[in-house]
Design a protein. Structure first.
Length: 188
């Protein structure tokens, strides 16, 4: 087991030049281009908090990113295990008294048409980051909007920002014992 942690970065603007620079920042293991309020999303896994300040300095030079640091992870970590064709990243703001209950409720978003790929409680401009996916845009969208099974079943939900993404760059995390952290697959 490692003591690493993830940092999530949402970039409002992301040219090819910015995305190329992002690939070369220490710890970045995934970059996705997005629809919606942001053009790109990146996940970095850092070995210690000593590396956080340098990481944030380098990312801030690329624009005006929204960043969040992972505090608590679901059994599957975001962008860790194999991905379905359609991905969605959802930022949730919830009632502070219900944040842990909301975290647990996001684990129940999976159904026949929607895979829950990870939830992280974060320190940032939002409370929870969720990754879900499925075989088609229509199936993912309909599942998220379903009154009985979708986002509306999360008590305390105050607001959400949903982006659909396409993985542009992925590097499997490496560990001294070459085992995947979080027990969620090999990332291939």
């Amino acid at each position: 087991m490692t003591n690493d942690f993830d940092v999530y970065t949402f970039l409002p603007k992301a040219s090819d030049k910015v995305l190329h620079k992002l690939e070369h920042i220490h710890g970045v293991r995934c970059i996705a281009t997005l629809t919606g309020a942001y053009e790109a999303f990146a996940v970095a896994t850092l070995e210690s908090f000593d590396r956080l300040e340098g990481f944030l300095d380098r990312v801030r030079r690329l624009g005006d990113p929204v960043t969040a640091v992972g505090l608590k992870y679901s059994p599957q970590r975001i962008v860790w295990s194999p991905r379905p064709p359609i991905l969605s990243f959802i930022q949730l703001n919830v009632d502070p008294k219900l944040v842990h209950a909301a975290f647990d409720k996001t684990l129940e978003l999976a159904n026949d048409n929607l895979q829950h790929l990870g939830t992280t409680l974060v320190a940032g401009n939002f409370d929870l980051l969720i990754e879900v996916g499925g075989e088609s845009f229509d199936l993912v969208r309909d599942s998220l909007l379903d009154v009985n099974q979708g986002l509306s079943k999360i008590d305390g939900l105050q607001s959400s920002v949903t982006s659909f993404g396409f993985i542009r760059y992925y590097r499997r995390p490496h560990y001294p014992d070459d085992q995947s952290a979080g027990g969620s697959g090999d990332g291939s």
